[in-house]
Design a protein around this ligand. Structure first.
Ligand code: TYM
Length: 331
């Protein structure tokens, strides 16, 4: 059976981008693959979180994973820092990761542009830690959104290089995976780019957002003056709203507003109202489960402990092999 690995950074609550880009696929994959899903708390250290926030964020994501339908009996659900073998593999892989290739990563360049005051080594080697996450279980499929595609390419570079250097056929190649024909990029509400945690949360709809908050955020989404010619192409902010409709609404709803757009009769206020209501319908069951599960501390503790044990078992097998291959042998 093929092995699957994926994770989400613990830097805040989950939004619809995480849901449709990643978790949506996790839930389906756990039914037919050997799945490892984790909370990437080591990765979150690049932004220097306060210890209390770090802990709270990890708990929030565990709760949200469970609320979204991850079943700890069907997949291995764990916290990255509970598996020290990942950090060990990261160290080994770092020795054959080169400055030039790390500096060329698009996400590193973005981070440098956005936070020039905090360009730390953890940011630079972020893709190596990701490769450690994936290779520690020798995964071949990695369900992620479009923004992670380059990281998967780097993972293949590192695993192939390891195999070549040591003349082994040990690590398989891992590929980004989505059940839809291409990797998903969920747009944000601010008119450009993807849904993310930027802009104080106004750009994203969180799974835990209340209906009132969702209505407020969607009504403030960026639009324009409307089309002046029939069947004209949609500028990015409008294209984004339609893409969100295609994720949460029915095909009829999409077709209805698309027809109004193409015939220059669209009223963005109506479209946004419908979008907000459909987002509320999509998120309400999740929000209710989040509230429910968050109060069950014993269950969360049990899930985290069970996941850590299972993940460490698999990680330990790999790290033993890797150390033997590298030449760390007992004297
Ligand atoms: P992160 O935490 O930024 O995002 C988690 C997952 O959500 C997806 N995603 C999106 N997909 C579509 N549209 C969006 N707007 C959107 N925003 C986020 C991401 O593609 C991702 O799948 N480096 C990773 C976490 C990670 C990881 C790994 C993933 C660490 N180690 C190993 C896979 C395998 C990250 O920061 O994702």
């Amino acid at each position: 059976m093929e092995t699957v690995v994926s994770g989400i950074r613990s830097t805040g609550k989950l939004h619809l981008g995480n849901y449709y880009g990643a978790i949506h696929n996790f839930v389906k994959m756990q039914e037919k693959y050997n799945c490892y899903f984790f909370i990437a708390d080591l990765h979150s250290l690049t932004t220097h979180p306060h210890p209390d926030n770090l802990h709270q964020n990890v708990k929030d994501i565990l709760v949200e994973y469970l609320a979204a339908g991850l079943d700890p009996e069907k997949c291995t659900l764990y916290v990255q820092s509970d598996v020290p073998q990942i950090a060990e593999l990261y160290l080994f892989l770092n020795m054959n990761a080169y400055l030039g290739e790390l500096e060329r990563s698009a996400s590193f360049k973005d981070k440098v542009r956005m936070h020039p005051e905090n360009v730390n080594a953890g940011l630079l080697t972020y893709p190596v830690l990701m490769a450690g996450d994936i290779l520690i279980h020798k995964a071949t499929k990695v369900p992620v959104g479009k923004d992670q595609e380059q990281h998967l390419e780097m993972t293949r570079t590192f695993s192939n290089r390891f195999n070549r250097i040591y003349n082994v056929d040990y690590f398989p190649e891992a590929y980004a995976f989505s059940f839809s024909d291409k990797l998903v990029k969920v747009p944000g509400l601010d008119g450009n780019g993807k849904m993310g945690k930027s802009n104080g949360g106004a750009n994203a709809i969180y799974l835990s957002d209340t209906p009132e908050i969702i209505r407020k955020k969607v009504m403030r989404a960026v639009t324009d003056g409307g089309p002046s010619e029939e069947n004209s192409s949609k500028p990015e902010p409008i294209q984004n709203l339609f893409q969100l409709i295609s994720l949460v609404s029915s095909k009829d709803t999409y077709d209805y507003f698309n027809h109004l757009y193409n015939t220059c009769q669209i009223r963005y206020g109506d479209l946004k109202k419908q979008l907000a209501e459909d987002m509320i319908i999509a998120t309400t069951p999740l929000r209710e489960k989040i509230i429910d599960i968050a109060s069950d501390k014993d269950y969360l503790h049990k899930v985290a402990r069970m996941g850590a044990d299972k993940a460490r078992e698999s990680a330990d097998r790999t790290i033993k092999d890797v150390k033997e291959i590298i030449g760390f042998r007992q004297i």
